[in-house]
Design a protein around this ligand. Structure first.
Ligand SMILES: Cc1cc2nc3c(=O)[nH]c(=O)nc-3n(C[C@H](O)[C@H](O)[C@H](O)COP(=O)(O)O)c2cc1C
Length: 177
């Protein structure tokens, strides 16, 4: 049968230091057949040397955003972009600050997700504000999804349901234009 649906491209961009955001990002990408872009820090170990003391949260606010390894995806090629970050000091992770500086994202449909350990703070609110000029189509946060084996599957199903609904809604909108 002839498929008249317009090609609809989806991208999941994420940074993850200990695997939680990565788990969410991969769950989304597999379920909605999106491309994946993992943000990686150049010399990650050196960057994290500074976090080895007890002022970890303060340092994550005041230290300089890190340099990233090169990546090969162009955001302008995508109709829907999911952005995922761990919460750092009540905000989005420093590598994301670099990424957003390097990519001037405008007029995109964007869904935001994050992983946190005990307090989500204003992370997604700040990210949303930083992305003004785009349409934010969804926001969700999860508490350390890898922490308990028993709840992993529940969180996975929840993020799949959330991202699939967003993806379906946007696809319908694009095809109705
Ligand atoms: C520098 C730093 C700062 C953090 N600040 C917070 C915070 O303010 N609130 C919170 O709930 N978790 C905080 N966390 C914990 C992470 O957000 C949480 O463990 C998250 O699930 C890690 O995601 P990842 O495994 O993808 O790196 C912080 C972690 C780091 C490394």
């Amino acid at each position: 049968m002839l498929n008249l649906n317009k090609k609809f491209k989806k991208l999941v961009v994420f940074y993850s230091r200990t695997g939680n955001t990565s788990f969410l990002a991969h769950s989304i990408a597999v379920s909605i057949e999106a491309d994946l872009l993992e943000i990686k820090v150049d010399c990650e170990d050196r960057f994290f040397e500074i976090f080895k003391n007890r002022y970890l949260n303060l340092l994550s606010i005041f230290s300089k955003p890190p340099k990233l390894l090169p990546y090969n995806k162009k955001l302008k090629d995508y109709d829907l972009i999911f952005l995922g970050t761990p919460v750092w000091s009540g905000s989005y992770a420093m590598p994301f600050k670099t990424f957003l500086k390097e990519n001037k994202i405008k007029k995109k449909k964007i869904a935001l997700f994050c992983s946190y350990s005990n307090k989500i703070g204003k992370c997604l609110y700040k990210l949303k504000k930083r992305l003004s000029g785009n349409e934010i189509v969804g926001i969700i946060g999860f508490q350390d999804p890898l922490m308990f084996k028993e709840s992993q599957e529940i969180m996975k199903n929840k993020i799949i349901e959330w991202s699939s609904k967003i993806s379906d809604d946007i696809r319908k909108k694009i095809n109705n234009k």
